[in-house]
Design a protein around this ligand. Structure first.
Ligand code: NAD
Length: 704
């Protein structure tokens, strides 16, 4: 910020005063903005030459919400509720000229105005629940007075962002202005009559609609206490005086601000922004990408093609022969048909996107692609052959990506004459749905190829995490230890159901054994067989999963795996599995012991954080928060827990280390405490406070 330009300025247009906020990038409600607004409203109210006020965020903007960095500090005056109250109390009409995002506190300011005019690009929403909060400046009390309790619950609990048309339909916007918004606001302001939402009654509601909104919100709450609080406080609007409701709202807001869930969600908010900052890439431009190709149109290839077509790219889908190409296109068509059926896309949109995907068995068509994603079989010989052929046909400068889950990217890059163009784009199944995209960086990849991958991720609405090249990269590497120790717990006495129940109680949508059954046990089995020859005999090997596969129990697809499945797909514990487990224990003379849910949770979290610490120290992950993102966006780790590294920090690294030592005793080689964890625990430090030091070094001490 330039010190000479205050973030809030006032300009006169006759008797109308325009309060303009200019606080890049999004006009967040930092202290300086709150102060500027407060001072301006008070001064203009007292100024006899001013008849009306307009609040503007400048072209393309309004106020995108609170300054989230300030939320981790003690509240500092002027408080937003006081600024909003000053606008509400102002005796002169106040018009909100909303040219862009009016979210969170920005929306609350708009709701305190007497007239809300928006550009067609305006966005409105009370999105605080996404951060584990509720609106804290009157939003929970004014919105129901405008749209009714049921709608307010739906909008606030779902954290919905309304486009201008929807905001107009609901009454959040009074008008959508196609032309010059500010000129229109200035022209209209003197004639506006005061209309304080705080003085309006809550419209009589429809009880059934309210109950339905509450039920939907509770179902979607996923461990966010803010949802229950939002429901309670919004309902109070219908029953209590405005001032009473405001007091309830403020108390709930301040308590939630300090909650573990809100802190974890704030951590992820910053983690998501931080993840795209890669040291050395600050001024590197991505390569242009328009035409893309996918090689292999199986489960992943089809999903990747959909993700790319959804981003508006034209996709060539290359298969081994015409028949396989047609089958691949059918898979893509099925994915779109499902989206049309669920109402997410219209028939026309589905057809249009499907039309962006061209199946072929002709490798010559790859010559047009700016970027190619290989998603063929997980076999180094297959991939090496593909990359050799790709090297011969791809145009110079094309980005050559592979979706491999585990294979050595340096080895794949080495078969080409252009290793600088080779990168890993590790999508997660289903690739058109899962948000995580691991961008894997082999040793010789050019910086602009990484920049291209990050730009592509953004275009596809994916969350990228940059990973170094190692076995399993960030996610699968840590997941492998997580799974190994889940199996150790079972061999030592827990049942798969107990492990899954503990994980689900922690907040995972599904336990690890249920997930394994869903993805199929055969892939991990094949990998274990491949690695058998090189496995360290001092590593504890639990063979229960192998026995399941050898009995034809591959998971859901065969109707049985760790669980039994009935015709409707409902799972249950299976005595056959119990017998297999008992047999494995007996062979090793293990006397089964019992584990509490807390012990199971602590053990699995500790091994994840420990392996994460190893990945960090090796530079495979750039920062602890990247690991958190990988698990939250790719592996179902509960958002409200902030990710495994964050959760370990909350537990305290000394406690984590003690648990890792126990895990090492149980798991043997491969489960040793990470030297980084040992050092941090010894010094009473955390992953979070280790991380900025490391980044500051990498970024030359610059604040990001
Ligand atoms: P899949 O068996 O469903 O599909 C592979 C497809 O590649 C098949 O349609 C096959 O015909 C085609 N193919 C094989 N060789 C080819 C060649 N030379 N030229 C053109 N096409 C060829 O496999 P998948 O599950 O989609 O996995 C693909 C890749 O994605 C693997 O590397 C896998 O490790 C990785 N991956 C899979 C998952 C997952 O959950 N399935 C997740 C992340 C990454």
């Amino acid at each position: 910020m330039d010190a000479v330009t205050p973030p809030v300025t006032v300009a006169r247009h006759g008797a109308v005063a325009v309060i303009a906020i200019d606080f890049p990038p999004v006009n967040a409600l930092s202290k300086a903005v709150r102060q500027g607004l407060m001072d301006a409203v008070r001064a203009l109210e007292a100024d006899p030459d001013v008849a009306a006020l307009v609040i503007s965020g400048g072209p393309g903007r309004f106020i995108a919400g609170a300054d989230i960095r300030e939320m981790s500090q003690p509240p500092d005056a002027p408080f937003l509720p006081d600024v909003v109250a000053a606008i509400d109390a102002c005796a002169k009409p106040v018009v909100a000229a909303i040219a862009g995002a009016a979210l969170g506190g920005g929306c609350e300011i708009a709701l305190a105005c007497d007239l809300r005019l928006g550009r067609p690009k305006a966005l409105m929403g009370l999105t605080e629940t996404r951060l584990g909060l509720i609106p804290g400046a009157g939003g929970t009390q004014r919105l129901p007075r405008l749209v009714g309790v049921a709608q307010a619950i739906a909008l606030i609990c779902e954290g919905r962002v309304l486009k201008a048309g929807d905001a107009l339909a609901l009454g959040l916007l009074d008008e959508v202005v196609e032309g010059d918004l500010l000129a229109e606001a200035i022209a209209r302001a003197p004639g506006v009559t005061k209309r304080r939402l705080s003085e309006l009654p809550v419209p009589a509601g429809d009880d059934a609609a309210e109950e339905a909104a509450i039920a939907r919100a509770r179902k979607a709450a996923k461990g966010v206490p803010a949802i229950a609080e939002a429901i309670r406080v919004i309902r109070a609007a219908g029953e209590a005086e405005f001032a009473t409701g405001l007091a309830l709202e403020r108390a709930a807001f301040l308590a939630l601000r300090e909650s573990a869930e809100a802190k974890a969600l704030r951590h992820l908010f910053f983690a998501e922004r931080e993840a795209t900052k890669v040291p050395g890439l600050e001024s590197v431009a991505p390569r242009p990408v328009e035409a893309v190709a996918v090689i292999g149109a199986g489960t992943m290839g089809a999903g990747i093609a959909v993700a790319l077509a959804d981003a508006g790219l034209s996709v060539t889908l290359v298969e081994r022969d015409g028949e396989a190409a047609a089958a691949g296109l059918q898979r893509v068509a099925d994915l779109y048909a499902r989206q049309v059926k669920s109402g997410r896309l219209t028939q026309a949109q589905g057809a249009e996107r499907l039309g962006c995907v061209t199946p072929t068995a002709d490798w010559a068509s790859l010559a047009a692609a700016d970027l190619v994603v290989e998603a063929a079989f997980e076999d180094l010989a297959v991939k090496a052959d593909i990359f050799r052929r790709l090297d011969a046909v791809a145009k110079p400068g094309a980005v050559l990506a592979t979706n491999t889950s585990y294979l050595d990217l340096d080895a794949i890059a080495a078969v080409t004459s252009r290793p600088q163009d080779v990168v890993g784009l590790h999508f997660f199944a289903p690739a058109n749905v899962m948000k995580l995209l691991e961008v894997v960086r082999p040793a010789r990849t050019a910086p602009d190829v990484i920049a291209t991958a990050l730009a592509l991720a953004k275009r596809m609405g994916k969350q990228p995490v940059v990973a170094g090249n190692c076995d399993g990269f960030i996610g699968n590497r840590i997941y492998a230890l997580y799974r190994r120790h889940a199996e150790v717990l079972v061999e030592d006495g827990a049942s798969p159901q107990e492990v899954d129940a503990a994980l689900e109680a922690y907040g995972f949508a599904m336990g690890i054994f249920a997930v394994s059954d869903m993805s199929g046990l055969d892939i991990a089995y094949a990998m274990r067989k491949r690695r058998a020859a090189t496995r360290d005999p001092a590593e504890r090997y639990v063979s229960i999963a192998d026995r399941l596969v050898e009995q034809g129990r591959l998971g859901r697809k065969t109707g049985a795996g760790w669980y039994a499945y009935d015709a409707a797909g409902a799972k249950s514990a299976d005595p056959v599995v119990e017998a297999l487990i008992a047999e494995a224990r007996a062979e090793k003379a293990i006397v089964p012991r019992s584990f509490t849910p807390e012990q199971i949770q602590r053990r699995l979290l500790a091994v994840m954080a420990n392996e994460g610490a190893k990945a960090l120290a090796e530079g495979i992950a750039l920062r602890a928060s990247d690991i958190d993102l990988a698990f939250v966006h790719g592996y179902g780790f509960p958002r409200t827990r902030g990710g495994p590294m964050w959760a370990a920090d909350q537990m305290g690294l000394r406690v984590v280390l003690t648990e890792v030592e126990a895990a090492h005793a149980a798991g043997g080689t491969g489960s040793e405490p990470a030297p980084l964890l040992v050092a941090l625990a010894r010094d009473g430090r955390s992953f979070a406070d280790w991380q900025p030091t490391k980044q500051a070094e990498q970024q030359g001490g610059q604040e990001p």
